[in-house]
Design a protein around this ligand. Structure first.
Ligand SMILES: [Zn+2]
Ligand SMILES: [Zn+2]
Length: 530
């Protein structure tokens, strides 16, 4: 049978669906595709189109990312081989490359990849989204953007054609749809007007020397996503005052510290908040006589109308600063300003809140009832994540640990309570090392009391351990915050039964009061999803 005569779409369906269905894991699917690619030229084309489309490079720390069928996963140890064997034809099939590695202990080097891609781009224009999540590598070495632009300036000097390079002639960086900018100088020298630039990430941590921002406004015509990851990034972007007519997703970080001007809504006039689908506000204010955070949210809520598009909203206390006045501003926001805010953004589907991760503080209380009422104003809300629930919210609404785990009397909870007390005692014997590798549940000891006494040190420590474990799921790197998922569920088999205890306790009541008729809503309390 001549394969070439078969319909291409039938082959495509074999490649894209049927092979996937018979493979038990994404990795198995990946290697099946690689084998199929060797069987005929047509299969080679089709399988490679799939294999090279979205590339994810990962290390051992990021193993959990290997779960999505749509990407091809390459372990960092195989990266050299991949780069070496990458052909021009296959390069043209790449749409995106993501590096999910952490250069803290091992130092990874991506320069061979940068060079290879840079070489291909001397011959052709081909747009690629390139995201490097390896922040330590970025800080020590360089971004692909810096690598490519350095290349571009060298050519500039040789040919003495400064004007033509920054003018109409497309530079190599135009092939990148996603830019990460680390220095303020880059903002003034890079061709920001690139028609292909979709996502701009700013990580400016210090400014060295004088930076002269251009007087004329730059238009970034197709920019869809803007992540301002530090206060300086936000300040630089505001100084640039560019036109961003197609912006859809914005993340703003700003700290009103002692030498900075307050947060001011009017500074952000280039952003059309009504057109946004995603908004992440990471603010803090360190002045005891200021309410700039509340003023910003007040201005944002003004002129409410029902044509806003916002679906995802994140409210974050930047760097979790716990100055009393800062927390008071957030308490006021959550208790008194949300209804105006939700009156404007009626289509919200996702809300992420993280105000106080560190301190158990109940001096600035959140008014749960009014928070509850504002949440009920959002009929489309599907996910509410309160990442810092156990630190600030629980004490603030007088929910004690005892109430959280001791209210249910069902048989299942009874067994879990025994397990809780046994593990707590085991941990105590091991000097609270939280190492349960050799722990084994003793079912004959089921006669434990049906009430976990949290005054007992061992129980109380085990409870803290559990809470920290659930909460640790939010400790993902916050770089590229909106490109990365905030919440990656850790699967610890041993600790998962205890979620039932929380879910059967008072948290369930809190969740149901928030849901009130909205059956699709999932509430996540500090890592426990109900
Ligand atoms: Zn302020
Ligand atoms: Zn129960």
């Amino acid at each position: 049978m001549n394969l070439n005569s078969m319909y291409t779409d039938l082959l495509e369906s074999i490649i894209n669906r049927q092979l996937r269905d018979i493979s038990s894991t994404p990795c198995e699917y990946q290697s099946t595709l690689a084998s199929v690619a060797k069987t005929s030229r047509l299969f080679n084309d089709l399988a490679n189109a799939r294999l090279y489309r979205d590339i994810v490079v990962y290390d051992d720390d990021n193993k959990s990312i290997v779960e999505n069928d749509n990407c091809t996963y390459i372990h960092i140890n195989q990266l050299g081989k991949f780069v070496e064997s990458l052909t021009y034809q296959n390069f043209l099939k790449i749409r995106s490359i993501e590096l999910h590695c952490k250069s803290n202990f091992s130092k990874y080097d991506y320069s061979a990849l940068y060079e290879k891609i840079g070489d291909f781009w001397t011959h052709t224009q081909h747009n690629i989204e390139f995201i490097n999540f390896d922040i330590d590598n970025i800080r020590r070495n360089q971004t692909i953007l810096q690598f490519l632009s350095k290349d571009c300036y060298e050519i500039m000097e040789e040919n003495d054609e400064v004007e033509s390079c920054v003018g109409s002639k497309p530079s190599k960086v135009w092939n990148l749809t996603n830019w990460s900018v680390l220095a303020a100088q880059e903002l003034t020298s890079l061709p920001l007007w690139s028609p292909n630039l979709k996502t701009l990430d700013l990580f400016i941590e210090t400014i060295i020397g004088d930076v002269q921002f251009p007087m004329q406004r730059v238009k970034i015509p197709n920019l869809e996503q803007l992540n301002l990851n530090t206060t300086l990034s936000t300040q630089c972007f505001l100084s640039l005052n560019p036109e961003v007519p197609n912006l859809q997703k914005v993340s703003i970080s700003y700290s009103h510290s002692f030498n900075k001007p307050p947060i001011n809504f009017n500074d952000y006039q280039m952003v059309d908040f009504d057109k946004l689908t995603d908004l992440e506000l990471k603010f803090n204010c360190l002045h005891s006589d200021c309410s700039c955070i509340n003023e910003f949210y007040h201005e944002l809520s003004q002129n409410s109308h029902h044509f806003t598009k916002l679906k995802n909203l994140s409210i974050v206390n930047h760097n979790s600063k716990n100055h009393v006045r800062n927390l008071e501003q957030y308490a006021f926001l959550l208790s008194s300003q949300l209804s105006d805010l939700f009156n404007k953004f009626t289509s919200l589907e996702y809300i992420y809140i993280r105000i106080n991760e560190f301190v158990k503080n109940d001096t600035c209380k959140i008014d749960w009832n009014s928070f509850n009422k504002s949440i009920q104003m959002l009929p489309s809300l599907r996910k509410l994540i309160i990442a810092d629930f156990f630190n600030w919210w629980a004490p603030s609404i007088q929910l004690t640990r005892t109430l959280m785990v001791n209210t249910c009397t069902c048989q299942k909870c009874h067994t879990i309570k025994s397990l809780f007390q046994q593990m707590a005692a085991y941990d105590e014997d091991n000097h609270y090392t939280h190492n349960f590798d050799n722990y084994c549940f003793d079912s004959t000891q089921i006669m434990m009391p049906n009430h976990i006494d949290l005054v007992k040190k061992a129980n109380s420590k085990f409870m803290s351990y559990l809470i920290n474990h659930y909460k640790s799921q939010f400790h993902e790197s916050i770089i590229y915050s909106m490109s990365a998922s905030y919440f990656r569920e850790h699967d610890n088999q041993l600790l998962s039964p205890f979620k039932t205890l929380f879910m059967h306790g008072q948290l369930r009541l809190l969740a149901s009061s928030l849901k009130r008729g909205n059956t699709h809503l999932k509430v996540n309390f500090g890592g426990i999803s109900i």
